[in-house]
Design a protein around this ligand. Sequence first.
Ligand SMILES: C[S@@+](CC[C@H](N)C(=O)[O-])C[C@H]1O[C@@H](n2cnc3c(N)ncnc32)[C@H](O)[C@@H]1O
Length: 381
Amino acid sequence: MREIQLTPEGKALQEALRQWDEANPLTEEEILKQQRFAAQSKWAQESLNKYPSKVIDQKITDSYAAYHGDCVHVLRGLPDNSIHCSIFSPPFPLMYTYSNSKYDMGNVTSIAEMLEQCRYMMEELFRCMVPGRSVFVHLTQGVAQKLRDGYIGIKDLRGPAIKMAEECGFNFYGEITIDKNAQVKSIRTRDVGLAFKSLVSDSAQMHSALSDFVLHFRKPGENPVPVKAGGASKKYPEAKGWITPEQWILWARPVWYGQDYLPGTSNNGTKAGLTCPKNVGIQETDTLSTITAKDVQDEKHLCALQLPVIERLVLLHTNPGEIVHDPFGGIGSTGYVALKHRRKAVLSELKASYYKQLVKNLDMALAERNALTLFELDEAA
Ligand SMILES: C[S@@+](CC[C@H](N)C(=O)[O-])C[C@H]1O[C@@H](n2cnc3c(N)ncnc32)[C@H](O)[C@@H]1O
């Protein structure tokens, strides 16, 4: 786990932010006029050159490295070919603003702006990835709103995100559609296109619920250390891996269904030794925030990644002891799952309150893992 040079208590970085703020006060109106992005890009680039790989705070242990800071700065401090798998949800543009920081990639006014910001990160990530290993980007499509955009519809984020990643050198290798419960979405979003009322009054305006996507990219090149994840089966009795053929049959599907859509499937998660008890389907509520984030005030805006999604990707694409990375760490879901499965975690997060919770959650994963080990020892005795 690598320490990144720390600005004395993050002072240089914070001072730079303060001075820039003072010299360039920005109004809400300016943000809406998209002037902010141009300033942001220029500022971010200048600042990167001036303060390469500096963070505001960090916690480095044998099992994880948690960085409070901008993900691009953090990646710039990491060695070439050192990350075995990267799994993340970028800040969704036009949906949430996580902080006022000029580094906050959710602080943009369009998909194009967000991708231009993300490109800095993807370029660095490409350098840091082990050849032949995978990056997973979890996202949902943007929405066009009547008030803001003049119409109701979908704004394509998926396509431009694939193009941007390819331009950074990655091969587009696969994608998974994550099923959604349309009724839950309808209640939560009050989307007229999903409502029974519209079905009766004018069904011409109906549309299906938006799914999530997990885009799968690979760095070209030979994977230096194979991941032998497959467990023993009739055909391969000698195999020593951790994934059963039954699990792969389910996980190889292009759609990962919700638990509610898999009638008759049983709860086999604990048997398989997995973190998420309902391992057979992806529950909307299978997130770390449901378990822990009561004290993170704006948890409802976080949009935490579902733990079973992370779990399948970690188990399929890494060996125990390898490094799993998340540039947009949030409250630490990726690291939590990675640690529970005896991988190492490298995470960055910009927002102070999330970073604090992230560190707590990573420590909780280690505590739970150790408790499990003691329990297993007890059982075996
Ligand atoms: C969609 S959320 C990620 C949630 C995370 N997957 C989880 O399950 O907790 C995106 C996160 O990116 C963070 N973020 C935005 N810009 C960032 C940057 N430049 N560097 C690091 N984190 C950033 C936001 O504060 C937010 O927590």
